[in-house]
Design a protein around this ligand. Sequence first.
Ligand SMILES: Nc1nc2c(c(=O)[nH]1)N[C@H]1C(S)=C(S)[C@@H](COP(=O)(O)O)O[C@H]1N2
Ligand SMILES: [Mo]
Length: 501
Amino acid sequence: MAGLVAGATGLAAGELTAALLDPQAAPLTAVGNAFIDGVPAWLKDLAVGLFGTADKIALYVGMLLVLAVALVAIAGAGRRHPARVSGALFALALLPAAAAVSREATTALAWVPALACGAVGAVTVYLLLRRLPHGDADGATPASRRQFLAWAGVGAGLAVVGGAASRVLGGPTQQVSQARSRITLPMPASRAPNLPAGVEPAVPGLTSYQTPAQGFFRIDTALVPPRVDPATWRLRVHGLVEREVEIDFDQLMSEDLVEAWVTLACVSNKVGGDLIGNAVWTGLPIRELLARAAPEADADMVLSRSVDGWTASTPLETLTDPGRQALLAVSMNGEPLPIEHGFPVRMVVPGLYGYVSATKWVTELQVTRFSDAAAYWTTRGWSAKGPVKTSSRIDVPRDRASVTPDASGEVVVAGVAWAQHRGIDRVEVQVDDGPWQPATLAPTVGPDTWRQWTLRWRATFGAHDLRVRATDGQGQVQESDPAPVAPDGATGHHRIRVEVA
Ligand SMILES: Nc1nc2c(c(=O)[nH]1)N[C@H]1C(S)=C(S)[C@@H](COP(=O)(O)O)O[C@H]1N2
Ligand SMILES: [Mo]
């Protein structure tokens, strides 16, 4: 109990100081982030496979369990030597301290939360072990037991108060949230096309055309999203360029901003998965910035870098393509970017998976060559280039559903299909071993977003297998052979089984 209470007061002290100084330097966060960047790729893929987008919570729970076991073991083994246990706990805090100072974009005081955690934990365990009622033979009295429990209770109470205070206290987290709420977005110089009628067929359960920010999948390596103050944000374009270019947030907001619908997909999206969303983004076309910097002739890649050191490698020609709105985005669905989705500025590039293009909290564009530099996921075994693969999904009916045909003997089948920047030209559904039946495609605004589709299926009673395939705007049919998400995106048909009754 002494070990666990010391862990709680220590962590509370760490969270509290981190909230005030540097949220990324909280002990668990610092260790967790170091762990994420350091673990072998297979272990991370396994964790994401097991826990999906709850992988971050799973990591916290895992760290807490390991810490609890370690604290119980240390305090238990040294229960008659309070000073030694106290020293060991303080030494343990050097681990998060090292993790916090060695990370990218660390701050001058990043070591403080871990050492505050160590100091408070060390004092707590010392005070508690000193009051430990020793075994029956030593004559532990009910009074000494009560006294120990009272001290432990005080420690636990302080930990809860400190932990709660760290959640509501000011500091960088609130400062950036307030800065975000003060932003007034300028009118875009170029508006996105109006959504055509019927873009979203009225089928209950079918994915909406526009994904609300709250429901938008979040994928990143940041255990706690970086808090970037727009007042100090800067983007630097450098590397193989004729002249370096720098832009700050006010300058970016006063540019001619462009609004565009773009569907963003994650390379880790399994066949039938939901790591994909569609939003209207507003930002400066990246080609404009690159034109000012004037890339040298032998450059073929832009390594974009986030404030936390994460990087993506994007083909230069994709970013300079005049026919494609690769954006340095400041807004999502008409609002400033949510903090978790890259506030204040992120990249959005139609046609590429997020891991090679959609850098959130972006602060740097380094013009370079694929032969000279590699991005975060490329050094962990994923492909250096990641064009989105043509894909389709059945949303309705749900897999394993039992369905009843309507009065005309039909069952509505519906879903989405995407092949960003090539567009979707055709979607077909196959029932069991029957012929591929063409679905009806909803209209869309262009090739960069998904398309909703529907099919009225003349259903027969019994169990059936339904599968879907899409054809892109270049006439290429979706790959039917199953492939896993690594190294460059899953393939194969999404297939569901339904019971018609
Ligand atoms: N800074 C940073 N940007 C990032 C990532 C990241 O880990 N760090 N993940 C990328 C990946 S893999 C994807 S799929 C998209 C997801 O964007 P979203 O979280 O806004 O949906 O962000 C990309 N941008
Ligand atoms: Mo991703």
